[in-house]
Ligand binder design. Structure first.
Ligand code: SF4
Length: 671
């Protein structure tokens, strides 16, 4: 409220006299001054605040921030560090690549390169790793990759190596940045030009160290320039500001038309004594150091008041009533002044634009229909997402609002899952049925599992992320028996082999079965739509019928097979595609926590721990359940085809959803 009043006051005074010069003293955290400056800008010129135009601001904050923290300069420092071969974590590298301070390639092309880079996870990387990865991007991005490669290689060559004087390094830094395309078109406006100029002055300062520092290696010169930029406070000069916001409650020296001093609550004005702990207190008091005693602080505060009164035609003193939950009293030095009434209108732009009763709500829960002639995107993923939340399905599969790959140290959970799927596929292709499994000794089984895992590594972790599960593993692919995998892969292989062995032990106790298909492609045509699906595994059971198995490698969720929004709609779609001889379906969790079958079957004991369908009184409860599942899948397909995009999550669906900012469920209080 205090800041709003100040902004309103500035607006009134400048509307009354356009050439008025105002000073606002606001001690305390820098963020409050930034907020105040933004409020005043909005109050003075709402149109340019809304348009985000680069019109010169009429508000200036005294002081500034370290030059190294200006985004353009931070990008220059990062570019030089990368050109010099520094290693950085992936996210920092990605921010550098996507920053707006490049001449070329254009931002969308660099963003696409970034997405592709995430398919080859490198937790930490150097420029040479990046340049190597550029050679592997798809054909449509090759021209961009080549351009960037040439640009950065040229810039790195311009930077050079070895030792040189600070003067030479400052020249090389400028030339290398220019070769790398820094700072791009954003530097063309007034603020950009000033910042660039200040950067070149800084490089001159680096060059000026030649006499005192001597010869330096590149990383030493970079460290120096970084330190200089970190120590240099900087703020682009605004042209003749009408309002100056100052953090310092001191004598203003020049005269203003109006001064507003804010934050004068009892605990801040006069300031509490703060004697220097390293000097004798008596000496400080005797020599009149203002911070030495309460008496001196009081005298200092009175002198400040007198100086402010002298320096302006109008002086306003204010104190906040609260700091968060803490109630504050005005300074005793403000005694005798009556509090002013609240302003009629807020200076905050959104509050001023708001018109009571003129806000309309429009619920628009339907997007564009899906063309039924096309298969549903990403197979059963469309059903799963539609079931989780229609809006998420629409956002992810229709609007392309996909989650960016997160690069983490080690093997990402989804890649672990792919390794296990591929290893199990390979294992069952060799085993074929439960009799072969039972006939193997423990040692022979372990050897077979190890071989399957090794083969799976070649087909999964050694290949890029995109499309791995949609590509078939090369049959009989040759292993490079002489190449030793890195320790992290060895560890992952041991883990996968351990889990698969636990699953095999569980499967050894099953009634006889034959593995009919692994990672088999099937097609479902239902409700006018086509789905292409891949089923992890289908077993033919000795007692007749087939069991559908779906491997899960993450945390198990309790399954619901009976509700309107069941937990695993993909299994229901598989069952529908395979027809009436399906007698059981189950998820098979293969994780360090547990190895477990969970599903539903026509009869008990068909699969480990899998119960028979509940009796309903119908002559064939299993057929009745299949009928109900068909209705669920049909409803989901129809909703997807119709473009149903309602924000209607299943319980828990929002917990791991990445489109929360788009659906804005948090604004409804339901998320
Ligand atoms: S956050 Fe929740 S409501 Fe929003 S799209 Fe995701 S699942 Fe739906």
């Amino acid at each position: 409220e205090e800041l709003e009043r100040i902004a309103g006051w500035c607006r009134e005074r400048l509307l009354a006299r356009a050439d008025a010069r105002l000073l606002v003293v606001l001690p305390g955290a820098a963020g409050a001054r930034e907020r105040l400056a933004a409020l005043i800008r909005q109050a003075l010129d709402p149109a340019s605040a809304l348009a985000g135009s680069g019109a010169p601001s009429r508000v200036a904050i005294e002081g500034g921030q370290p030059l190294a923290q200006r985004p353009m300069i931070a990008q220059a420092l990062a570019t030089l560090a990368h050109l010099a071969g520094a290693e950085s974590d992936f996210e920092a590298f990605s921010r550098w690549l996507r920053a707006p301070y490049w001449g070329r390639p254009a931002a969308p092309l660099r963003a696409r390169l970034d997405v592709r880079l995430r398919e080859r996870p490198m937790a930490r990387l150097r420029l040479r790793d990046f340049l190597g990865a550029l050679g592997l991007v798809p054909a449509d991005l090759q021209p961009t990759a080549r351009e960037l490669n040439a640009q950065l290689t040229g810039a790195a060559a311009t930077l050079g190596e070895g030792s040189a004087s600070p003067r030479l390094w400052s020249e090389r830094f400028a030339a290398a940045l220019s070769a790398a395309g820094w700072p791009g078109p954003l530097a063309a406006d007034g603020v950009g030009q000033q910042t660039r100029l200040r950067w070149h002055e800084l490089l001159d300062e680096l060059g000026g160290l030649t006499a005192s520092v001597g010869s330096l290696a590149c990383d030493e010169a970079l460290r120096l320039v970084h330190e200089l930029a970190s120590r240099t406070p900087y703020r682009p000069a605004d042209e003749d500001p009408s309002v100056t916001v100052s953090p310092v409650p001191s004598d203003p020296v020049v005269r203003y038309d109006g001064i507003w001093v804010a934050g004068l609550h009892a605990e801040a004005f006069p300031q509490p004594p703060q004697p220097d702990p390293f000097l004798p207190l008596g000496a400080q008091v005797a020599s009149g150091v203002p911070s030495a005693s309460a008496t001196h602080r009081l005298a200092q505060a009175r002198a400040q008041l007198a100086a402010w009164r002298r320096s302006a035609d109008e002086l306003i003193l204010s104190a906040p009533a609260h700091a968060e939950d803490l109630e504050l009293l005005p300074s005793p030095l403000l005694a005798g002044t009556a509090p002013e009434p609240l302003p009629r209108r807020s200076a905050w732009l959104p509050a001023r634009l708001h018109r009571e009763g003129l806000t309309e709500s429009l619920v628009d829960a339907t997007g564009r229909p899906w063309t039924a002639a096309l298969p549903l995107p990403r197979g059963t993923r469309s059903l799963d997402l539609q079931n989780q939340c229609p809006f998420r399905a629409y956002a992810e599969l229709r609007l392309g609002c996909t989650r960016r790959e997160r690069i983490e140290p080690g093997i990402a959970p989804n890649r672990r899952g792919e390794l296990l799927h591929a290893a199990l596929e390979s294992l069952w292709e060799r085993l074929g049925d439960s009799r072969s499994l039972a006939g193997l000794s423990d040692a022979a089984l372990d050897a077979l599992i190890a071989r399957s895992v090794e083969e799976a590594v070649q087909g999964t972790l050694a290949r890029p992320l995109r499309g791995r599960r949609t590509q078939r593993r090369p049959r009989g692919s040759q292993l490079d028996l002489f190449a030793r995998p890195p320790p992290i892969l060895e560890r992952e292989c041991r883990r996968a082999a351990r889990l698969i062995r636990r699953l095999c032990d569980t499967e050894r106790a099953r009634p006889p079965f034959r593995v009919e298909a692994t990672e088999g492609d099937v097609r479902l045509t239902l409700a006018g739509a086509t789905l292409h699906m891949r089923i992890d595994r289908v077993d033919a059971l000795e007692g007749g019928g087939r069991a559908i198995l779906d491997y899960k490698t993450g945390k198990r969720v309790s399954a619901d097979w009976y509700g309107e929004r069941p937990t695993h709609p993909q299994l229901l779609a598989y069952a529908e595609a395979l027809g009436r001889d399906v007698v059981a379906l189950a998820t098979v969790t293969v994780s360090a926590r547990e190895v477990r079958f969970e599903g539903l079957a026509r009869a008990p004991e068909l699969l480990p721990q899998v119960r028979a369908v509940s009796a309903t009184g119908a002559p064939d409860a299993w057929a009745e359940r299949q009928h109900a599942w068909r209705a669920v899948v049909t409803r989901l397909i129809r909703a997807f085809l119709a473009g149903d995009a309602a924000v209607d999550p299943r319980p828990g669906a929002c917990d791991y959803c990445h489109v929360r900012d788009v659906c804005r469920i948090l604004e409804t209080g339901d998320g």
